[in-house]
Design a protein around this ligand. Sequence first.
Ligand code: BTN
Length: 252
Amino acid sequence: MYKSYPKTQFIGQKIIYLPTCHSTNDLAAESLRAEAPEGTLYVTDEQTAGRGQRGNTWKANAGENLTFSFIVYPIFLKATEQFRLSIAISLGIHDFLTELLYDHVFLKWPNDVYYKDQKLVGVLIENALMGSMLTGSVVGIGINVNQLLFPIDTATSIRQITGKEYSLEALLMQLCKCLEKRYLQLKNGGYSLQKMDYLKRLYRFEEWHRFQDASGKIFNGQITGVAEFGQLEIETETGIRYFDIKEISFVR
Ligand code: BTN
């Protein structure tokens, strides 16, 4: 399993495959602490303690999906600019999925990827900071690929959408290329362009929908932007409000 190498400079040039592990993010975090080469990637068939955002767990059927994490050293970003990495990674995944699915792929703030109204990809980025700088990041990605049955109707897979079965290895090779391209674009000063690309692909951007705030209150609003530090900007009937990840949820 995982005998090939992607056509990249560094992402996926060192791949460590484990049939099963607790969480590829934890393994990648260890390798970050050990200063492993940039792009070192851990991929598994099955996580026993997969982690998601907001302290959630990430569950996926063994051997049917892409479950991996890699490390980068975005020392060109300040700690306050860490959301820029999220944008670059989301765009890399979006580029990759658009090659397969052509249309209806959206970035759900902060960095999930949706197909129409269903979740296809979860991303968990964990950053290491020193003072005001970003020293290293673990980028963990879970993509629903060949799984056909989900316990919730808000999730889908590439196979459910296209009806085809995929080689996880071939998809990973292609995805590494897309991720590296966007990472290098960010490194080479492409943030402004990426911010525009991100908003263009943002789920429910400039559409009126219902949201729920941290107090449980449901309100109407439209997403009008993403602030510098990554907060979601929503225009409501009473004015503009800004939300961190734990402070807002989308209502269907
Ligand atoms: C989310 O949607 O809440 C984020 C899910 C992130 C899941 C991936 S799977 C690979 C990596 N290892 C983990 O433990 N989590 C991420």
